[in-house]
Design a binder for this molecule. Sequence first.
Ligand SMILES: NC(=O)c1ccc[n+]([C@@H]2O[C@H](COP(=O)([O-])OP(=O)(O)OC[C@H]3O[C@@H](n4cnc5c(N)ncnc54)[C@H](O)[C@@H]3O)[C@@H](O)[C@H]2O)c1
Length: 250
Amino acid sequence: MTGRVAGKTALVTGAASGIGRAAAQLFAAEGARVIIADINADAAAAVAAETGGEFVALDVSSEAAWSAAVNHVGERYQGLDILVNNAGISPHDTIEDFDLEQWRHIHSVVVESVALGCKHGLSLLRHSPAGAIVNLSSVAGMIGTTNYASYGAAKAGVRNLTKSVAMYCAQRKYPVRANSVHPGSIDTPILDADKARYGGRAVTMREKSIPLGRLGQAVEVANAVLFLASDEASFITGTELVVDGGFTAR
Ligand SMILES: NC(=O)c1ccc[n+]([C@@H]2O[C@H](COP(=O)([O-])OP(=O)(O)OC[C@H]3O[C@@H](n4cnc5c(N)ncnc54)[C@H](O)[C@@H]3O)[C@@H](O)[C@H]2O)c1
Protein backbone atom coordinates (compact mmCIF):
# COMPACT_ATOMS: atom_id res chain seq x y z
CA MET A 1 0.00 0.00 0.00
CA THR A 2 1.34 3.44 -0.89
CA GLY A 3 0.53 6.91 0.37
CA ARG A 4 1.61 9.27 3.14
CA VAL A 5 -0.97 7.84 5.59
CA ALA A 6 -1.34 4.41 4.00
CA GLY A 7 -3.07 1.82 6.15
CA LYS A 8 -4.08 4.31 8.84
CA THR A 9 -7.59 4.92 10.14
CA ALA A 10 -8.48 8.61 10.47
CA LEU A 11 -11.52 10.24 12.05
CA VAL A 12 -12.16 13.82 10.92
CA THR A 13 -14.85 15.88 12.63
CA GLY A 14 -16.68 18.53 10.66
CA ALA A 15 -15.66 16.65 7.52
CA ALA A 16 -18.88 17.48 5.65
CA SER A 17 -17.53 20.89 4.58
CA GLY A 18 -14.55 23.18 4.10
CA ILE A 19 -11.24 22.26 5.70
CA GLY A 20 -12.52 18.96 7.15
CA ARG A 21 -13.78 17.83 3.78
CA ALA A 22 -10.48 18.75 2.12
CA ALA A 23 -8.57 16.85 4.83
CA ALA A 24 -10.78 13.78 4.41
CA GLN A 25 -10.18 13.87 0.65
CA LEU A 26 -6.40 14.15 1.12
CA PHE A 27 -6.28 11.36 3.71
CA ALA A 28 -8.25 9.07 1.40
CA ALA A 29 -6.00 9.95 -1.56
CA GLU A 30 -2.96 9.16 0.60
CA GLY A 31 -4.20 5.71 1.57
CA ALA A 32 -6.13 6.15 4.84
CA ARG A 33 -9.56 4.80 5.80
CA VAL A 34 -11.57 7.91 6.67
CA ILE A 35 -14.46 8.38 9.05
CA ILE A 36 -16.50 11.45 8.17
CA ALA A 37 -17.98 12.71 11.45
CA ASP A 38 -20.46 15.57 11.35
CA ILE A 39 -23.96 16.74 12.28
CA ASN A 40 -24.80 17.55 8.65
CA ALA A 41 -25.85 14.07 7.54
CA ASP A 42 -26.58 14.80 3.87
CA ALA A 43 -23.34 16.67 3.16
CA ALA A 44 -21.29 14.17 5.21
CA ALA A 45 -22.79 11.24 3.32
CA ALA A 46 -21.74 12.91 0.05
CA VAL A 47 -18.15 13.29 1.31
CA ALA A 48 -18.18 9.66 2.45
CA ALA A 49 -19.20 8.66 -1.07
CA GLU A 50 -16.45 10.87 -2.62
CA THR A 51 -13.74 9.43 -0.38
CA GLY A 52 -14.88 5.84 0.04
CA GLY A 53 -15.13 6.63 3.75
CA GLU A 54 -17.87 6.11 6.30
CA PHE A 55 -20.24 8.75 7.64
CA VAL A 56 -20.69 8.66 11.40
CA ALA A 57 -23.22 11.04 12.96
CA LEU A 58 -21.42 12.96 15.72
CA ASP A 59 -22.35 16.13 17.58
CA VAL A 60 -18.90 16.99 18.91
CA SER A 61 -20.35 18.85 21.90
CA SER A 62 -21.99 15.67 23.24
CA GLU A 63 -19.96 13.28 25.41
CA ALA A 64 -22.49 10.48 24.84
CA ALA A 65 -22.10 10.94 21.08
CA TRP A 66 -18.29 10.80 21.33
CA SER A 67 -18.48 7.64 23.43
CA ALA A 68 -20.77 5.96 20.89
CA ALA A 69 -18.68 7.07 17.90
CA VAL A 70 -15.40 5.85 19.43
CA ASN A 71 -16.98 2.52 20.42
CA HIS A 72 -18.18 2.10 16.86
CA VAL A 73 -14.73 2.89 15.44
CA GLY A 74 -13.08 0.44 17.84
CA GLU A 75 -15.44 -2.35 16.82
CA ARG A 76 -15.47 -1.70 13.09
CA TYR A 77 -11.82 -0.72 12.46
CA GLN A 78 -10.10 -2.32 15.49
CA GLY A 79 -8.33 0.95 16.24
CA LEU A 80 -7.71 4.57 15.37
CA ASP A 81 -4.46 6.23 14.26
CA ILE A 82 -5.45 9.83 13.45
CA LEU A 83 -8.00 12.14 15.07
CA VAL A 84 -8.63 15.55 13.53
CA ASN A 85 -10.75 17.77 15.79
CA ASN A 86 -11.89 20.20 13.13
CA ALA A 87 -15.64 20.82 13.56
CA GLY A 88 -16.45 24.36 14.55
CA ILE A 89 -18.60 27.46 14.36
CA SER A 90 -17.45 31.09 14.45
CA PRO A 91 -20.20 33.56 15.36
CA HIS A 92 -19.25 37.17 16.02
CA ASP A 93 -19.52 38.89 19.37
CA THR A 94 -17.61 41.47 21.39
CA ILE A 95 -16.65 41.80 25.02
CA GLU A 96 -19.41 44.39 25.53
CA ASP A 97 -22.26 42.64 23.75
CA PHE A 98 -21.70 38.90 24.23
CA ASP A 99 -24.57 36.79 25.46
CA LEU A 100 -23.63 34.28 28.17
CA GLU A 101 -25.71 31.45 26.68
CA GLN A 102 -24.08 32.04 23.31
CA TRP A 103 -20.62 32.19 24.95
CA ARG A 104 -21.30 28.79 26.54
CA HIS A 105 -22.59 27.34 23.27
CA ILE A 106 -19.49 28.50 21.39
CA HIS A 107 -17.21 27.07 24.06
CA SER A 108 -19.14 23.81 23.98
CA VAL A 109 -18.77 23.37 20.20
CA VAL A 110 -15.28 24.88 19.83
CA VAL A 111 -13.25 23.74 22.83
CA GLU A 112 -15.20 21.30 25.04
CA SER A 113 -15.63 19.25 21.87
CA VAL A 114 -11.85 18.98 21.46
CA ALA A 115 -11.38 17.94 25.08
CA LEU A 116 -14.06 15.26 24.67
CA GLY A 117 -12.56 14.10 21.37
CA CYS A 118 -9.09 13.75 22.91
CA LYS A 119 -10.44 12.06 26.05
CA HIS A 120 -12.43 9.40 24.19
CA GLY A 121 -10.15 9.17 21.16
CA LEU A 122 -7.12 8.37 23.33
CA SER A 123 -8.71 5.08 24.41
CA LEU A 124 -8.01 3.89 20.85
CA LEU A 125 -5.13 6.16 19.77
CA ARG A 126 -2.85 5.01 22.59
CA HIS A 127 -2.87 1.51 21.08
CA SER A 128 -1.86 2.79 17.61
CA PRO A 129 1.78 2.25 16.62
CA ALA A 130 1.94 5.97 15.68
CA GLY A 131 -1.07 7.97 16.77
CA ALA A 132 -1.66 11.62 15.94
CA ILE A 133 -4.14 14.25 17.06
CA VAL A 134 -4.50 17.43 15.02
CA ASN A 135 -6.71 20.13 16.54
CA LEU A 136 -8.01 23.06 14.51
CA SER A 137 -7.47 26.28 16.42
CA SER A 138 -7.23 29.65 14.64
CA VAL A 139 -5.07 32.76 14.47
CA ALA A 140 -7.92 34.17 16.59
CA GLY A 141 -6.66 31.89 19.37
CA MET A 142 -3.22 33.55 19.24
CA ILE A 143 -3.89 37.27 18.86
CA GLY A 144 -6.64 39.57 20.07
CA THR A 145 -9.63 40.33 17.83
CA THR A 146 -12.46 42.82 18.11
CA ASN A 147 -15.36 40.69 16.85
CA TYR A 148 -14.54 37.15 17.93
CA ALA A 149 -14.49 37.49 21.71
CA SER A 150 -16.07 34.12 22.56
CA TYR A 151 -14.58 32.27 19.58
CA GLY A 152 -11.08 33.64 20.19
CA ALA A 153 -11.18 32.65 23.85
CA ALA A 154 -12.35 29.15 22.94
CA LYS A 155 -9.69 28.76 20.22
CA ALA A 156 -7.00 29.91 22.67
CA GLY A 157 -8.27 27.08 24.85
CA VAL A 158 -7.76 24.64 21.97
CA ARG A 159 -4.18 25.90 21.54
CA ASN A 160 -3.25 25.28 25.17
CA LEU A 161 -5.26 22.08 25.56
CA THR A 162 -3.36 20.60 22.61
CA LYS A 163 -0.05 21.19 24.38
CA SER A 164 -1.42 19.57 27.55
CA VAL A 165 -2.51 16.52 25.56
CA ALA A 166 0.95 16.35 23.98
CA MET A 167 2.66 16.54 27.39
CA TYR A 168 0.30 13.98 28.91
CA CYS A 169 0.84 11.46 26.11
CA ALA A 170 4.61 11.91 26.22
CA GLN A 171 4.70 11.50 29.99
CA ARG A 172 2.53 8.36 29.80
CA LYS A 173 4.71 7.07 26.95
CA TYR A 174 1.69 6.82 24.68
CA PRO A 175 2.81 6.81 21.04
CA VAL A 176 0.52 9.75 20.31
CA ARG A 177 1.54 13.22 19.13
CA ALA A 178 -0.79 16.23 19.43
CA ASN A 179 -0.46 19.50 17.51
CA SER A 180 -2.65 22.45 16.61
CA VAL A 181 -3.21 24.15 13.25
CA HIS A 182 -4.03 27.86 13.15
CA PRO A 183 -5.72 29.01 9.94
CA GLY A 184 -6.15 32.65 9.05
CA SER A 185 -8.94 33.62 6.62
CA ILE A 186 -9.81 30.58 4.52
CA ASP A 187 -12.49 30.61 1.84
CA THR A 188 -14.96 28.04 3.19
CA PRO A 189 -18.70 28.11 3.97
CA ILE A 190 -17.85 29.33 7.49
CA LEU A 191 -17.46 32.79 5.87
CA ASP A 192 -20.95 32.65 4.28
CA ALA A 193 -22.62 34.60 7.10
CA ASP A 194 -20.04 37.38 6.72
CA LYS A 195 -20.46 37.41 2.94
CA ALA A 196 -24.25 37.66 3.36
CA ARG A 197 -23.84 40.52 5.82
CA TYR A 198 -21.04 42.53 4.20
CA GLY A 199 -21.16 41.40 0.55
CA GLY A 200 -17.87 41.57 -1.36
CA ARG A 201 -16.32 43.64 1.44
CA ALA A 202 -16.18 40.49 3.59
CA VAL A 203 -13.50 39.20 1.23
CA THR A 204 -11.75 42.43 0.18
CA MET A 205 -11.35 43.63 3.78
CA ARG A 206 -9.74 40.33 4.68
CA GLU A 207 -7.52 40.27 1.57
CA LYS A 208 -6.12 43.71 2.42
CA SER A 209 -4.93 42.43 5.80
CA ILE A 210 -3.17 39.35 4.40
CA PRO A 211 0.43 39.83 3.15
CA LEU A 212 -0.05 37.21 0.41
CA GLY A 213 -3.05 39.28 -0.74
CA ARG A 214 -5.72 36.58 -0.91
CA LEU A 215 -7.82 34.22 1.17
CA GLY A 216 -6.46 30.72 1.76
CA GLN A 217 -8.07 27.64 0.26
CA ALA A 218 -9.29 24.70 2.33
CA VAL A 219 -6.76 22.34 0.76
CA GLU A 220 -3.89 24.63 1.86
CA VAL A 221 -4.89 24.02 5.48
CA ALA A 222 -5.60 20.35 4.82
CA ASN A 223 -2.02 19.95 3.55
CA ALA A 224 -0.76 21.15 6.96
CA VAL A 225 -3.15 18.77 8.74
CA LEU A 226 -1.95 15.87 6.59
CA PHE A 227 1.71 16.61 7.35
CA LEU A 228 1.16 16.76 11.12
CA ALA A 229 -0.96 13.59 11.05
CA SER A 230 1.58 11.63 9.01
CA ASP A 231 4.76 9.91 10.19
CA GLU A 232 6.71 12.70 8.43
CA ALA A 233 6.01 14.71 11.60
CA SER A 234 7.22 11.94 13.93
CA PHE A 235 9.32 14.29 16.16
CA ILE A 236 6.75 17.09 16.25
CA THR A 237 4.41 17.31 19.21
CA GLY A 238 2.89 20.15 21.22
CA THR A 239 3.53 22.68 18.49
CA GLU A 240 1.35 25.04 16.48
CA LEU A 241 1.37 25.45 12.72
CA VAL A 242 0.05 28.78 11.40
CA VAL A 243 -1.50 28.78 7.90
CA ASP A 244 -2.48 32.41 7.36
CA GLY A 245 -0.72 33.92 4.32
CA GLY A 246 1.53 35.91 6.68
CA PHE A 247 -1.29 37.60 8.63
CA THR A 248 0.31 37.12 12.07
CA ALA A 249 3.90 37.69 10.90
CA ARG A 250 3.58 41.46 10.82
N1 LIG B 1 -12.41 29.15 7.36
C1 LIG B 1 -11.66 29.94 8.14
O1 LIG B 1 -11.39 31.12 7.79
C2 LIG B 1 -11.13 29.44 9.46
C3 LIG B 1 -10.18 30.21 10.14
C4 LIG B 1 -9.66 29.77 11.35
C5 LIG B 1 -10.08 28.57 11.88
N2 LIG B 1 -11.01 27.82 11.22
C6 LIG B 1 -11.45 26.57 11.85
O2 LIG B 1 -11.35 25.48 10.96
C7 LIG B 1 -12.35 24.52 11.28
C8 LIG B 1 -13.13 24.16 10.03
O3 LIG B 1 -13.79 25.32 9.56
P1 LIG B 1 -14.32 25.50 8.05
O4 LIG B 1 -13.87 26.83 7.63
O5 LIG B 1 -13.98 24.31 7.25
O6 LIG B 1 -15.89 25.60 8.34
P2 LIG B 1 -17.17 24.95 7.63
O7 LIG B 1 -18.35 25.70 8.15
O8 LIG B 1 -16.97 24.85 6.16
O9 LIG B 1 -17.20 23.48 8.23
C9 LIG B 1 -17.47 23.23 9.59
C10 LIG B 1 -18.07 21.83 9.72
O10 LIG B 1 -18.30 21.59 11.12
C11 LIG B 1 -19.56 20.97 11.25
N3 LIG B 1 -20.07 21.18 12.61
C12 LIG B 1 -20.49 22.34 13.17
N4 LIG B 1 -20.92 22.11 14.43
C13 LIG B 1 -20.77 20.77 14.66
C14 LIG B 1 -21.04 19.92 15.76
N5 LIG B 1 -21.57 20.38 16.91
N6 LIG B 1 -20.73 18.60 15.66
C15 LIG B 1 -20.20 18.10 14.50
N7 LIG B 1 -19.95 18.85 13.42
C16 LIG B 1 -20.22 20.18 13.50
C17 LIG B 1 -20.43 21.62 10.19
O11 LIG B 1 -21.59 20.84 9.89
C18 LIG B 1 -19.45 21.71 9.02
O12 LIG B 1 -19.48 20.54 8.22
C19 LIG B 1 -13.20 25.15 12.40
O13 LIG B 1 -12.77 24.67 13.64
C20 LIG B 1 -12.92 26.62 12.25
O14 LIG B 1 -13.12 27.33 13.45
C21 LIG B 1 -11.54 28.21 10.02
